[in-house]
Design a protein around this ligand. Structure first.
Ligand code: SF4
Ligand code: SF4
Length: 383
């Protein structure tokens, strides 16, 4: 446990809200702790962390510093409008400034990968286009309607490349002229920023903004809600002003405009998991459901906790790159909720959610009980 010195205190104040008002506003009602989904699987004292920050105290060794998944459930309910996520980010920033030795091991490795190669998996930049199995996909030529930004996970993870491929297939079927910036782009930096490494985030953002500007592009379709949030809300402050569209919004529009006609039945009961960065952070709840409802054969059922009340998969806030002990995984809980609806498919719209759910299926006894598919895959199957 350590007391925050004056410069660090200024860092909390500056990051959290101008003048430190974010901290002063908290009157310790505890609603944030009562709302936080982590308390369904373990103890996580959100209110206590805020109180310690008010007192200028940081426990440099506590795993609580790294637990918040930035799901925004508490922010939405806080009666004082406290910027809880910004305060968590400020705490991480302070601990990270004390040295990389204070970071969780797996996060430290991932940040090193991103700093060295531009992606969390540590793969060479030139392999960023390995997911492409269609010769029609090109780097940006100036003739395309939109840029497609796949996110690092579908670009590099062999088990998730299917998501980028399905998206490309759907766009092609709709006659959308799209292109990519290939190895010129890098990680959007969202998990880096939420992990407290502001300097690395700024570097990643500057490179992407330069790549997008060089291509002359002004409309970007993204797979990941994390890229979506960051391009839309963080990049404009750094000079990157683009029209950003999540692929579910884009595809729902293509269906409405008659450019896509799902005709092949996908006979299955499906439930949809609202990703935190698409739902609570960005207010996009309808488009994913409109796509699913347009696919013949799909029986869409809702989990009790859905829409604004959806429970986080546990992957936000950089947690996707940190170990979560067995028995404490929100993705396990969420899979049980999905299976409880009688659905055979859990539909997702975020690569981090897919990674977490597939890991939960493999590490528990849920194999064969439910399958995880991205909405783009289900739509591609129906064309
Ligand atoms: S819900 Fe808001 S006011 Fe209440 S303890 Fe949490 S941060 Fe403070
Ligand atoms: S943002 Fe989500 S994970 Fe973080 S403290 Fe709030 S409810 Fe918990």
């Amino acid at each position: 446990m350590g007391t925050v010195t004056a410069p660090f205190r200024e860092a909390i104040d500056a990051v959290a809200l101008a003048g430190g008002e974010a901290l002063k506003q908290c009157y310790q009602c505890g609603l944030c702790t009562g709302t936080c989904p982590w308390n369904l699987v373990k103890s996580f004292p959100t209110r206590k962390l805020i109180h310690q920050a008010q007192l200028g105290i940081v426990d440099f060794e506590s795993e609580d510093t790294w637990t918040c998944a930035t799901c925004r459930a508490c922010v939405a309910r806080c009666p004082r409008g406290v910027a809880i996520i910004d305060i968590m980010r400020a705490l991480r920033n302070i601990v990270a400034e004390m040295g990389a030795g204070h970071l969780p091991d797996s996060l430290r490795v991932t940040l090193k990968n991103i700093a060295g190669t531009g992606n969390p998996l540590g793969e060479p930049a030139e392999r960023r286009t390995d997911w492409i199995n269609d010769p029609q996909i090109t780097t940006f030529t100036g003739e395309a309607e939109v840029l497609y930004f796949s996110c690092c996970v579908p670009a590099y993870d062999p088990n998730v490349r299917r998501v980028a491929r399905a998206t490309a297939k759907v766009l092609h079927r709709a006659g959308v002229r799209f292109a990519i910036t290939g190895d010129r782009e890098n990680c959007c930096g969202e998990s880096v920023r939420k992990s407290g490494n502001e300097t690395l985030f700024q570097k990643l953002a500057a490179n992407n903004i330069a790549a997008f500007n060089e291509s002359g592009i002004n409309k970007i379709v993204v797979t990941s809600p994390h890229c979506y949030y960051t391009f839309k809300n963080e990049y404009p402050k750094l000079g990157g002003n683009f029209e950003v569209v999540h692929y579910t919004e884009f595809m729902a529009r293509l269906i409405k405009d008659g450019r896509l006609k799902p005709t092949k039945p996908v006979d299955a009961r499906v439930t949809y998991h609202d990703p935190c960065y698409l739902g609570r952070h960005s207010g996009i709840y309808d488009a994913p459901r409109e796509i699913l409802k347009s696919i013949p054969g799909i029986d869409l059922v809702e989990m009790p906790d859905h829409g604004p009340d959806s429970i986080c998969c546990g992957g936000g806030g950089g947690r996707i790159w940190m170990e979560t002990r067995k028995g404490e995984r929100l993705s396990d809980l969420r899979l049980d909720q999905a299976a409880g609806t009688g659905a055979s498919i859990l539909a997702a719209a975020c690569p981090y959610c897919i990674l977490n759910f597939e890991d939960s299926i493999l590490t528990t006894d849920r194999l064969g009980r439910i399958e995880v598919k991205d909405i783009s895959e289900l739509l591609a199957e129906s064309l």
